[in-house]
Ligand binder design. Structure first.
Ligand code: CDP
Ligand code: MG
Length: 731
């Protein structure tokens, strides 16, 4: 397929296809054309006709199973009250046997690296042990998680175990949601939130222990935290630092933390049979669905865990499975389908932990979150298609893309391990042994493949000027660092010496992408901060504002286009959605009528409230300028001028810096309008490069707002950019 997208205008299917991508959210892999046969009451045999050939490749032996002991404990717990039962369950976890040794090690050493298998009790138990041992008398215990769902659900579990209300002694903090109080002593939070806490409290004075959990995930924030907490630990001998990980290669962590001791304890594992497909599967979603049905019909009782790459895939599989099992009648057992992904509301998340009723089977459709962050009891079968969504960033093009990519061997083994926690299990890999052998050993740390602008702004705010000397476990590429510095410089967040400006300091207060923070700060000048924070809140919710049911696509599209009247652009359309909803008194009914997701809107309202509080903090007055759309667009341009693009004669666009072909996403209100100049919120790569959330701009604005970046001449040839390389090189 032609990379530049030239000629796509000729292809009547191009847009429809892009819509499909948008709906399903699939990036590089297309669905196969296999017959999607429907199951009928008297014919569920097709499951076997079409079945995939698996070959058993090996059996991983279990170890350390003290069945009798555990059974006794669990038996004993049955007769007790819920709270007592939970206490017994706590004692049945592998880590319990090592409680005293672990506490001793923590007392003896300032930094301890902890390694234990997923589900052994690290996240839920260690903070409680420390609390019981009196550490919370000196300060809070903070425990970081790479994922917000994990932070929330683990906090809920621990508050349960301690018999306290969530948000009191045990709480969590994730972006735009703080569920903690004065009382909170055990605080679960995302790694990104702890990073932001450094801004307010650089020595983390209020903490007595920090546990950087799921360290093996190597998210960007976790990697930055490593450097920061190491430094704090040096200046605060009273602070205990725990680095915990589910994988065995802990030496790297130990080396980084000045040869900290590794406390490694055995988990409890049952044998797991590994099956690979004989031949490669063209369509892993289809294959996953077949395999679920195959297990459901053929295999003995036990729950199933399927690893998918994201919400869209999970919803597709959920719908498909519901459809196919509907007609099965009483011939086979009930199949309870439980999805779990980041945006799932918390009340639905708890469903995955509920015990499966007698005679039924549960199938959990999960993202990577179930790999190590969450443990679901009762899983006997794991289906691993071998993919995950991976963010990759190309510093040369400035394009960040979330692509479906093969997992690593380490991930495959973690996934497999989920099958053998409560009994012998089976793992079905929807790829061949050869493909497995071709997988990378480990996933590349995020710091090597992401946009660093946000992190650089935080580090600069913390007074860390020489980024090349920052203590990175794995250094980012110099190009990516340079790119981030240049962007922040062009936004005037840094001066030409690379120092944080007043503007940059204000921008850093917002937990948003620097370009969006800049737009908010700039809205002060255009007297439209009220509108700007609504837009920012709507953008922060992501692409889940509108929904488009398959049978009502025309209605949904019409409803959506109502917000676009006058071709105001997607940003203003989002503002229109928010304001219309507000006018109805935040009506749920209104959302239904307009094909708008009420859950997303509520989240936008929460985010907006918080942004309003932050405005006050940085001294920006809340001013409304609702009728002056040009001012609002100019405020957006002040942040997003690096994301501008110009229409080409062939109907595609060319981004200004760096010049590259892109297209207006079909979901945009401007998809048919194609103005001469546009700015976009993000560039996503699916079948081609698409600009999402697009607004028309005037060329003069660019020259006016960012004269150091665009000169009229540059804007005219829409290619060249002006950079102050000489200055930036020194940073
Ligand atoms: O952190 P690690 O993977 O070592 O284990 P954990 O998250 O502390 O989980 C220990 C046990 O707590 C799991 O095996 C589950 O039985 C239980 N748990 C739960 O029921 N609900 C949660 N949200 C989290 C854990
Ligand atoms: Mg854990």
């Amino acid at each position: 397929r032609d990379q530049e997208g030239v000629g796509d205008k000729m292809n009547p299917f191009a847009e429809q296809e892009a819509w499909e991508d948008y709906q399903i959210g699939k990036a590089t892999l297309k669905y196969g054309s296999k017959n999607k046969k429907q199951i009928s009451d008297d014919d569920y045999q097709f499951v076997f006709e079409d079945q995939i050939d698996f070959i058993k490749t090996s059996v991983v032996d279990g170890c350390n199973i003290d069945n009798e002991e555990v059974t006794k404990l669990l038996e004993k717990s049955k007769a007790k009250s819920a709270l007592e039962r939970l206490q017994e369950e706590r004692k049945s976890l592998p880590i319990y046997s090592y409680r005293d040794e672990l506490l001793q090690a923590i007392q003896d050493y300032q930094v301890v690296v902890i390694v234990g298998e997923t589900g052994s009790g690290k996240t839920t138990q260690i903070p409680q042990y420390l609390h019981e041992a009196g550490y919370t008398k000196r300060g809070k215990i903070g425990c970081t998680q790479p994922r917000r769902v994990a932070a929330m659900s683990v906090a809920a579990r621990v508050s349960h175990e301690m018999g306290v209300k969530l948000g009191h002694e045990v709480g969590y903090s994730i972006r735009f949601e703080d569920c903690t109080s004065e009382k909170t002593v055990l605080k679960y939070m995302t790694d990104g939130m702890l990073l932001r806490e450094f801004l307010a409290e650089p020595d983390l004075e209020s903490y007595s222990v920090l546990m950087v959990d799921e360290a093996h995930e190597r998210t960007l924030s976790t990697d930055i935290l490593f450097g920061l907490v190491k430094d704090v630990a040096r200046s605060r001998p009273d602070l205990k630092l725990l680095i915990s990980s589910a994988t065995l290669d802990a030496e790297k962590f130990s080396d980084f933390f000045d040869s900290a001791p590794i406390f490694s304890f055995p988990g409890r594992r049952y044998p797991i049979e590994i099956n690979h497909t004989k031949a490669p599967e063209a369509d892993y979603l289809d294959a996953a669905i077949f395999t679920v049905l195959h297990i459901h019909v053929k295999e003995e009782p036990g729950d199933i865990l399927v690893f998918l790459t994201g919400q869209e895939e999970i919803e597709t599989v959920e719908e498909n499975l519901k459809h196919r099992t509907k007609g099965l009648g009483t011939k086979i057992a009930e199949l309870i389908i439980c999805p779990i992904y980041a945006n799932l509301p918390i009340e639905l998340q708890s469903k995955i932990f509920e015990p499966t009723p007698e005679g039924a089977r549960k199938v959990v459709l999960a993202t990577n979150i179930a790999e190590t962050s969450l443990t679901i009891d009762g899983i006997k079968y794991v289906i691993d298609p071998g993919f995950c969504k991976m963010k990759t960033y190309n510093p040369r093009t400035g394009m960040e893309s979330l692509l479906v990519a093969p997992i690593s061997k380490a991930s495959a083994n973690q996934r497999k391990g989920r099958a053998g926690r409560t009994g012998p299990g089976k793992c079905f890999r929807l790829y061949t042994v050869c493909s497995y052998n071709d997988l990378e050993d480990n996933t590349t740390p995020e710091i090597k493949r992401t946009n660093l602008a946000n992190v650089v702004l935080i580090l600069k705010s913390l007074g860390i000027h020489d980024l090349l000397k920052f203590d990175f476990m794995d250094s980012p590429t110099p190009e990516a660092l340079m790119e981030a510095l240049e962007l922040l410089f062009s936004l005037n967040a840094l001066n030409e010496r690379g120092e944080l400006t007043m503007l940059g300091r204000r921008m850093a207060e917002f937990p948003l992408d620097p370009m969006l923070s800049k737009a908010i700060v700039a809205s002060d000048k255009y007297k439209c901060s009220d509108e700007m924070i609504s837009i920012a809140a709507m953008l922060s919710v992501g692409n889940s504002i509108f929904y488009r049911p398959k049978d009502k696509q025309v209605h949904a599209d019409n409803a959506r286009m109502n917000f676009h009247s006058g071709n105001v652009g997607d940003h203003i359309a989002l503002l229109n959605v928010y304001n219309s909803w507000k006018e109805t008194g935040y009506s749920t009914q209104w959302c239904y009528e307009n094909y708008v997701q009420v859950r997303s809107m509520k989240r936008a309202r929460d985010i907006r409230d918080q942004l309003e509080g932050l405005l006050e903090r940085v001294g920006i007055e809340l001013t409304s300028n609702a009728n002056d759309l040009e001012s609002i667009k100019k405020a957006i341009t002040s942040g997003f001028f690096p994301h501008s693009a110009r229409l080409q004669t062939n109907g595609s666009y060319r981004t200004v810096k760096p010049p590259q072909a892109s297209h207006v996403h079909p979901s945009s209100g401007l998809a048919q309008v194609l103005p001469r100049w546009v700015l976009y919120h993000e560039l996503v790569l699916t079948t081609k490069a698409y600009m999402r959330q697009v607004t028309e701009l005037k060329r003069e604005w660019l020259v006016d707002i960012a004269p150091h970046w665009y000169q009229l001449k540059d804007a005219e040839d829409s290619g060249a950019k002006k950079k102050s390389h000489g200055e930036m090189k020194r940073l």
